[in-house]
Structure formats: structure tokens, C-alpha cells
Design a protein around this ligand. Structure first.
Ligand code: H2B
Length: 92
């Protein structure tokens, strides 16, 4: 099992992410030009997430994708969340 590092450690290494109230998780809201761009982002992340066996919690409305990352098996933020967040930031 992946060790929990916690939101603060993850946030120190990422930009534009913030802590979630009431649980150890990180959140970012991505904004794209339109729904097509948002869905393209989600499609690329979905393929990566499935390869990693590490899946985001997310909510999409038109051009916005509201993402929360945590590792359920660890009840908090782990290196897997930093890795997925870094991937998302790299393609957004
Ligand atoms: N995604 C996330 N975010 N956290 C997990 O703990 C997790 C996951 N566990 N995707 C995986 C799948 C687990 O449920 C399967 C059985 O490997």
C-alpha cells in the first residue's frame, strides 16, 4: 500500500491545488475554452488514471472540471495523487 504523505506535502510540490475541508485530499478547478476541450482533457486523464489504477473524483459542467484527488486505500493523499496531479497539470 502507498504511504500517506498528506495534503500539505503534496501542495508544497504543486501549483494551483488547494486542501479540501474535512478530509485529507487536494482539489483544483480547471477551466477550458469549451466543453470539447474539457472532455478531451478528461479523456486523456481517464486513460492515464486507468493505467495507474488511480482514479480521480471529478465533476464537469461545460468548460470546467472540478477535480479532487485522494487515495482511498490510504485514507488520504499519497505520491499517487501527486503523480496524477502532475500529469493533469502537464496536459491542461
Ligand atoms: N483510486 C483512488 N483515487 N484511490 C484508490 O485507493 C484506488 C483508486 N484504488 N483506484 C484502486 C482503484 C482500487 O480500488 C483497485 C481495487 O485497485
Amino acid at each position: 500500500m502507498t504511504d500517506r504523505i498528506g495534503a500539505n506535502e503534496a501542495l508544497a510540490r504543486l501549483s494551483g491545488w488547494s486542501a479540501v475541508d474535512g478530509r485529507d485530499a487536494i482539489r483544483k478547478v480547471y477551466e477550458f475554452a469549451d466543453f470539447n476541450a474539457a472532455w478531451g482533457f478528461m479523456s486523456r486523464v481517464a486513460l492515464k488514471a486507468d493505467q495507474m489504477d488511480h482514479h480521480p473524483e471529478w465533476f464537469n459542467v461545460y468548460n470546467k472540471v472540478d477535480v479532487t484527488l485522494a487515495t482511498h486505500d490510504a485514507s488520504g493523499v499519497t505520491e499517487k495523487d501527486v503523480a496524477l496531479a502532475t500529469f493533469m497539470d502537464g496536459i491542461a
